[in-house]
Ligand binder design. Sequence first.
Ligand SMILES: *Cc1c(COP(=O)(O)O)cnc(C)c1O
Length: 406
Amino acid sequence: MTSYHNDTKIWEAINEEKQRQENVIELIASENIVSQEIMDAQGSILTNKYAVGYPNKRVYTGNEAINKIDNLAMKRAKELFKAEYANVYPHSGTQANQAAYAALLKPGDKILSMSEKAGGHFTHGQPTNFSGQLYDCYFYGVDPKTEFLDFNKINEIAKKVKPKLIVAGASAYSHIIDWTKFKKIADSVGAYLMIDMAHIAGLVAAGLHPNPMEVADIVTSTTHKTLRGPRGGLILAKKKFANKLDNAVFPLSQSGTLEHVVAAKAIAFKEAMQPEFKEYIKKVILNAQAMAKVFNKSKTIRVVSKTTENHEMTLDITKTGLTGNEGAELLYSVGIATNKELLPNEKGSVMEGIRIGTPTITSRNFNEYDSAEVAETIQQVLEEQDINTINKARQKVQKLTKKYKF
Ligand SMILES: *Cc1c(COP(=O)(O)O)cnc(C)c1O
C-alpha cells in the first residue's frame, strides 16, 4: 500500500482478494490473470477522459490521443480475428450481445439459441434477461446420449421456428464447434448468424479453434476469459453491419467509452498475436485434457460428453450425492475454486454439475502433471468427503499455489 492509499477499508479488501487469488487454485473457466501491462493501462489517467462517440466524431474536445488508442484497438482486433469491422467499446459481453441483437432485430423477433442447460449463456434468451423479455426466444440443446451438439435436431427446430437470428456459442461446452454447420442451417431458413465466442476467443486468436468470423454475420465476445485481456466486450462483423452496430453501441446502449479499458484491450490484442500466446493456449487445452483423463477413470465423476477439446469441462457429480452447489462449496473449502453448473439432461434446475477450466492455472504455469494432480484431488474430496482427505487436499493446494506464484 502506498501513502496516498487513504481508504484503508477498500485497500484491505483488495489486499485480501489478492491473497485469496494467490492461495486458491482457480478453476472457474471464465477467469484468467492479466499481465501487469494490462493492469497498468486500466489503472491509468485514461479513466479521467470522456470520449463519447467514435474516432474523429466525438461529442467532446480533446480526444487526439484517445483517437490513436481507439484506432489501434480496432485495427488490432480486426487483424487478430480477420474481421472487416470491430467495435471495442462494449463494456461487457452482455452489452456486446445487447448491441448485436439491436443491430439485427426488432423487439418480438425470433431468436434460436443454445439452451442454458446445454451450456448456452443467459443473454441468449433466458426469461430473466433482457434478451428473453425483448425477443421471442427458442432453444436447441445437445444430443442426450453423446452430449454433443445435434445438428440434425437444430436444423429441424430451425425449420419449425423460422428464427430471424440463430445464435451459436456457449459458456459450458467442451468441444470444437463447426460453425459452417450453423451457417448452413441459418442460410436455409434465411436467418442471420451471430456467434458469441466469449469463452473461446483466446483459442480462436491462437488459431486453435475455427474462427467464427469466417461464416458469421456478427461475432460477439468478452475480452477477459481465455483471451486474457481486461474485463470487457467486443463486437466483430462484416462491413455491411458497421453502421447499424456503431449506432447500436452508441447512442443506443452506451454513452462514454471506458478508455482505460479500451487501451488495455488494445494491449491484450497485441499480446494475443505473439507466438507465446499460442503456446499458452496449447497448454490450456493440454491441461484440461490431462484433468479429463483423470476423471474418466473415476466411477463417481463423469465428464459431460466424456472429453474436452478446449479449456473447460462440466462434471456430473450426482453419484457423489452432492449437488453442484455442495460440491463447489466443499472444493472451495480446500482452496479449489469451481462453479455449480446445470447438466444438459438434468430434470430440475438444481445444478447437478460443476464446471472447471484451466485458463488461470495455465497462466500460473501449472503443467499437465500438476493439472492431473489437481483433478485427483478434486476426485478424492468429492468422493471421500472426510476430514482426513480434506486436510490432505488443503496441503496439496498450498504446495501448488506456493510453487506457482503470479
Ligand atoms: C461470459 C459470457 C457472456 C457475458 O459476459 P459479461 O462480460 O459477463 O457480460 C456472454 N456470452 C457468453 C457465451 C459468455 O460466456
